[in-house]
Ligand binder design. Structure first.
Ligand code: BGC
Length: 581
């Protein structure tokens, strides 16, 4: 999925228009440069197209270099209407000052040979009117050679009818050029918190965490309700978490589920089949339906089984009976049979799968699951790292190759011989391992950045002292957890990168799958009918177990059951957001 850049703007327009369904192509500007203008070295052609809906729009921009080869570019343009704002961009670094917008190349798309083009884009907001910019510059030199851009039609013009994409026409990266579904139920909870509206318009995952969730629990929407609301929003993609395996959460207690270890038949007929039947409704054909498959399940079968010291009886059972592998295979096959679904398998995170013993073995097991129950690897669009976890996206002040007085940081207590220090480096390396294990070469990675910001006053501003590897790593690491294995309601965490499409080659998107503000687990025993147990990793007084090397849990106190709203955590996530809000 990494190939978000399109070879021709016409195919780009086709895809964008087709996927947007209800909106279509509403504005187009094409600016050519005549030969012989003053700045002969820089000649360019910029195509700017949008899909818009009330209040929002997606812009796709193709820059074509008609002059000498360019090494590094900045695109500039000015919005005509002061309400027009860039919200999230991709394939460039976007900044906006007043109405002036600049997009600077990423490291991988800065070189443009003569005649070469590159595509970038952004999601934006507007009110009143949303005209296309009338001129563009590259490196400060105008691309506007006098050709007037096509005047966009008035925004009240009904969108053109679009043809649904042909069956099987999956796009390479479902996040590019599409607006994400904003779950109104999560948004309402976020908006009810002071300052919550600063993040409440972001797409978050919808967790189908029990059979009853298909029809809706506690008065909330079911699967159809979310899909219908996504259509009403004009969303291009929607993200679901498929999370109800038999014997779920075998190494912990906080998210145990409703199905016992042998209930694979119920998983198939009462859970996956009805979900697939609803998603198959032709009215959802133009929505890109992203399914995140079974958090933590397969990684648990690698690391928390006999003879590891971290083994649990339930993980041993689920490995022996094959119901995780067969359940995942079944979900992949059923959901992957639909033309507009995108399956991403959960791949744990660097503080779990990043050790040599776990890395290759996990990729091998994932490939086995992808071929179980009649599935093939073609049903796997990609993988997700860091779901509901807190691993930092990128460390700033050390890498895995850093040394102190000749000693590798891998020998520090924090890194503890892991091969990775952050999620981005892990995700990119694991992608290669997965391809080597038999997955398609265009699989894409997602990283859950909802709660891995680690900003606020405690964030280091430089490397740690070079006394030894521990002072160096502990003084400079942005991830402030007590131990890398801590996972429940982590004290000090903040909102991370906002959802972003195609932030780097190989990464389809930064996403918020665990909705910020929803608890990871109760900090004490709370009776419930959701099958959830009490995991002491959610108790701030717990001194730990072998999975976190017997460290304190680092959890916030007074937490409700997993999935329930945790106002105090939400407030802290806002305070410690990084990038700051
Ligand atoms: C819980 C689910 C919940 C999800 C999202 C999981 O840990 O077990 O019930 O929907 O988190 O908050």
């Amino acid at each position: 999925m990494k190939l978000w850049s399109r070879s021709s703007s016409s195919s780009g327009r086709y895809k964008a228009a087709a996927i947007a369904g209800a909106s279509g192509l509403v504005a187009a500007g094409l600016i050519g440069l005549p030969a012989g203008m003053a700045h002969a070295a820089t000649q360019c052609d910029v195509a700017y197209t949008t899909n818009q809906w009330p209040g929002g729009f997606t812009a796709n921009i193709t820059i074509r270099n008609l002059g000498d080869p360019i090494n590094g570019w900045t695109l500039g343009f000015t919005f005509a209407n002061s309400s027009q704002r860039v919200q999230q961009g991709w394939s460039a670094t976007w900044t906006q000052t007043g109405s002036q917008v600049a997009a600077q190349n990423m490291s991988y798309n800065g070189s443009l040979a003569t005649g070469a083009s590159t595509s970038i884009g952004f999601n934006g907001e507007w009110s009143g009117s949303n005209p296309a910019p009338t001129s563009f510059t590259i490196n400060g030199v105008s691309c506007n050679g006098g050709t007037n851009p096509t005047t966009p039609p008035p925004t009240s013009t009904p969108p053109p009818t679009t043809t649904p994409p042909p069956v099987g026409d999956r796009v390479d990266n479902p996040y590019v050029g599409a607006r994400g579904y904003v779950n109104p139920e999560w948004k309402a909870k976020a908006d009810a918190e002071p300052g919550g509206s600063r993040i409440s318009n972001n797409p978050t995952g919808v967790w189908l965490d029990r059979i009853a969730a298909i029809n809706g629990v506690n008065g909330g929407r079911g699967l159809r309700g979310h899909l219908d609301t996504a259509l009403a929003q004009g969303a291009g993609y929607i993200q679901f978490v498929i999370y109800n395996l038999p014997g779920r959460d075998c190494a912990a207690l906080a998210s145990n589920g409703e199905l016992g270890p042998t209930e694979l038949p119920r998983y198939k007929t009462e859970y996956i089949d009805p979900i697939a039947a609803i998603m198959a409704d032709p009215k959802y054909r133009n929505l890109r339906i992203i399914n995140i498959i079974e958090i933590d399940s397969l990684p648990n079968l690698v690391t928390n089984v006999t003879p590891r010291p971290t083994a649990t009886p339930m993980c041993d059972t689920m490995k022996a009976n094959g119901n995780y592998v067969n359940g995942v295979g079944y979900a992949l096959a059923k959901l992957g049979a639909l033309p507009n679904t995108y399956n991403y398998i959960d791949a744990g995170h660097h503080g779990w799968i990043g050790w040599d013993d776990n890395f290759g073995a996990s990729a091998t097991l994932f490939a086995q699951a992808a071929r179980a129950s009649g599935s093939t690897v073609d049903n796997v669009h990609g993988f997700i790292a860091n779901t509901a976890n807190y691993g930092i996206l990128k460390e700033s002040y050390y890498t895995i190759d850093s040394t102190v007085n000749g000693t590798s940081v891998r020998q520090s207590k924090w890194v503890d011989w892991n091969r990775y220090v952050d999620e981005q480096s892990f995700a990119l390396a694991f992608r290669q391992q997965l391809i080597a294990a038999g997955f398609n070469s265009n699989v894409g990675m997602l990283i859950d950045t909802g709660r891995n910001g680690w900003g606020g006053a405690a964030r280091p501003t430089g490397p740690g002292p070079q006394t030894n590897v521990d002072t160096f790593v502990d003084g400079g690491r942005l991830d402030r957890r007590i131990h890398l294995g801590n996972w429940c309601n982590q004290s000090g965490a903040g909102i991370g990168e906002r959802p972003t499409a195609a932030p780097a080659p190989g990464i389809d998107a930064y996403v918020w799958i665990k909705p910020p503000g929803e608890s990871d687990g109760a900090s004490r025993e709370i009776p419930n009918d959701e099958g959830k147990g009490f995991d002491r990793m959610c108790d701030p007084t717990y001194p730990g177990n072998p999975r976190n090397n017997n460290n304190m849990s680092g959890a916030l106190g007074d937490a409700p059951l997993s999935g329930h709203w945790f106002s105090a955590q939400f407030q802290e996530l806002l305070r410690n957001a990084y990038p700051p809000l």
